[in-house]
Design a protein around this ligand. Structure first.
Ligand code: FEO
Ligand code: CA
Ligand code: CA
Length: 633
């Protein structure tokens, strides 16, 4: 940056910071907004300020928004399909049947639907081989079934359950290109009917027992697997999110108890319709089955015969992902968000230290430890990027009012009803916590708060890290643990970015923070990923109407941020009606894997094959540079 630019930028930044003091409530905002001479001026000023930031971390030009049924990338980048929904995993598995007439058994042998979070596990002795564990979050009946509607039989329900869960696949690199290895002995499906073991304080509890399993320790299936985590000891964590939606009741007069209500149980189930054909999901017949889902599940990808384990010490809620950290004294930390309007952010700290020399010694590390929930103060809202302090509150039976008289007779009950326990402690109700990641550079923790149209209603006042009422666009929160120790009980927080639409809303809080411009605007940040250089990749699951409050934002997308300067550039735009979710890097950072989920969820897409009358298929994409360089530089 030359001196002239620096001087301009300083003046401009003062203007920007004045114009953006808007998270302080409507009354106080008027003065700041009126003070500025013109909106157009302030907007062009902001754009100039951000481009002048000229981040050395970001080496590509920001691309425009787009509405095409394809992947858009900066010049010099290319994308190819690694794997798509329905691809057979084994040499003898049935081929994908686009008609929707394929069986449940076939789907159990094929890549699942709607890929989401994923992790890459390199082979220690071969740079050109790796395993990938990839979540399959849910399925779209419009495409799964030939009839295109709700499940009409037990076979339909089984097929839907087979389309969810996790796929473990082997990938290999040849001529610089990563490819899926069909027939690898590591390829594996874990789905809605796979045997899973339960461990930790809730295992064997009376609330976990059913007629089919009087041990309370053996569950069938994991489903609604949203995002993920990767442990330092080489295992994969898959997170059960909207599990309640899979349950309903055959009793039209069913009265739900406090726990069922808080987790959102309904008589009809939420557009999933398994319970009429699978009594396991009928709360009138199997009420405790609901308690056996909503957990973090640990999988060893290198042992295809291993039984996945539900780790109950991490609490039961609508888990988004699981971000690993380590305390200064060597214990494991897992940061987790509960994706529902007004729910919470948690962290788990293991009792024992991680054994980095002997990975298998960590097999029960996540069974013993303490769960905490976050409370944020209101902080300073008189700034472009609100900031403040927070603390972690312990969710342990016998402490903080978590006693039998309040509905918590044991640690098992605290964990099964983690939401109720966190409310007992008056934790802060958040704007839908989605992914959490830990910076490899400075240990700060970032969490997407995707949106919350109910913010400002009773029990959810605007303030702190959730500054806007009827929050359409979302924000990214970050915090630094006290003394830079993930084991700390307090932290300092700030908002890294407040998303918004400065073209439609130049004058108010809906315009977002100063690092949002008409050139990089987006809504509903969801997925997050740090590459080893410390670039923060932001994936969106937002309104793709490209109209009204969302005009100019186009399809869902992936952006890349410099966490130090705050600059954000748009890197990729996905196809029609997709969500961009799931991110992983090859160890050499020359390939970025990113998930395209539910392209054409309501029609309008034939991504990625673009066959005449073809179906859209969720896919994992491999993105690389034409010149083979490091992605993002
Ligand atoms: Fe599966 Fe909250 O996203
Ligand atoms: Ca998500
Ligand atoms: Ca989302």
């Amino acid at each position: 940056m030359n001196l002239l630019e620096e001087h301009q930028s300083t003046d401009l930044e003062q203007l920007v910071s004045l114009s953006r003091r808007r998270f302080i409530g409507a009354g106080a905002l008027c003065g700041a907004a009126l003070f500025l001479s013109g909106n157009l001026l302030s907007r062009s000023v902001m754009a100039a300020s951000v481009s002048a930031a000229n981040s050395s971390l970001l080496g590509f030009a920001s691309i425009p928004s787009a509405t095409a049924d394809s992947i858009s990338l900066p010049p010099g980048y290319k994308a190819s399909v690694l794997i798509s929904w329905g691809q057979p995993l084994h040499a003898d598995a049935p081929a994908f049947d686009a008609s929707g007439q394929g069986t449940a058994k076939a789907q159990e042998l094929q890549f699942g639907d709607n890929n989401d979070g994923m992790s890459l596990f390199p082979f220690p002795d071969d740079d050109n081989r790796a395993l990938m564990a990839i979540n399959n979050e849910y399925t779209n009946y419009r495409y799964l079934f030939a009839h295109g509607g709700q499940p009409a039989s037990a076979e339909d329900v089984h097929k839907a359950q087979a389309a969810e869960g996790v796929s473990v696949i082997e990938v290999k690199r040849s001529n610089g290109q990563w490819q899926f290895v069909q027939g690898s002995p590591y390829n594996r499906r874990i789905h809605g009917n796979s045997p899973i073991r339960v461990s930790g304080p809730a295992a064997g509890d009376a609330w976990m027992k059913t007629a089919a399993d009087n041990s309370g320790r053996k569950v069938l299936g994991t489903f609604q697997n949203c995002a993920n985590g990767k442990t330092p000891w080489g295992t994969y964590l898959t997170c059960e999110e909207n599990f309640t939606d899979c349950f309903g009741s055959s009793d039209p007069a069913h009265v739900f108890d406090a726990g069922q209500k808080r987790y959102g149980a309904t008589i009809d189930s939420k557009e999933i319709g398994w319970h009429p054909h699978d009594p396991r999901f009928d709360l009138a017949k199997n009420p405790n089955e609901l308690n056996r889902h909503g957990w973090v599940v640990e999988i060893d990808p290198f042992d295809p015969d291993s039984t996945p384990v539900k780790r109950t010490a991490l609490g039961r809620f609508k888990h988004e992902n699981a971000a690993l950290g380590e305390t200064r004294d060597g214990r494991a930390v897992v940061y987790m968000g509960d994706d529902e309007r007004g729910e919470f952010i948690y962290k788990f700290i293991s009792r024992d230290r991680i054994d980095h020399k002997n990975p298998s010694a960590n097999r029960s590390l996540l069974d013993h430890g303490t769960l905490y929930v976050a409370r944020f103060d209101d902080g300073d809202q008189n700034t472009d990027h609100p900031r403040g302090k927070g603390q972690w509150l312990e969710l342990s039976h016998g402490k903080n009012g978590l006693i039998a008289a309040n509905g918590f007779a044991s640690q098992a009950q605290v964990l099964i009803h983690a939401r109720l326990a966190a409310s007992q402690l008056k934790a802060t109700r958040m704007d839908r916590p989605e992914w959490i990641v830990v910076s490899p550079k400075d240990g700060q923790v970032y969490c997407t708060l995707t949106n919350n149209v109910k913010r400002g209603e009773e029990g959810q006042p605007a303030g702190g890290p959730n500054p806007r009422e009827k929050n359409l666009y979302g924000q990214i929160l970050r915090w630094r643990e006290s003394d830079n120790d993930h084991g700390a009980m307090s932290f300092d927080w700030d908002l890294f970015v407040v998303a918004g639409n400065p073209s439609v809303h130049p004058d108010d809080a809906k315009g977002g923070s100063s690092n949002i411009t008409p050139q990089n605007m987006f809504n509903s940040p969801d997925g997050l990923g740090f590459d080893p250089d410390g670039r923060l990749w932001i994936l969106t699951d937002g309104d793709y109407s490209n109209s009204g409050d969302f005009a100019g934002m186009g399809n869902n997308q992936m952006l890349c941020a410099d966490p130090v300067s705050g600059e954000i550039r748009r890197f990729m735009v996905g196809p029609v009606a997709c969500e961009v979710t799931g991110i992983a890097f090859s160890p050499d950072q020359r390939t970025l894997f990113v998930g395209i989920q539910h392209p054409g969820e309501t029609g309008g897409s034939t991504f990625p094959e673009h066959l005449p009358n073809g179906k859209p298929r969720s896919s994992v994409m491999a993105i690389s540079r034409e010149d083979g360089g490091i992605v993002g530089t």
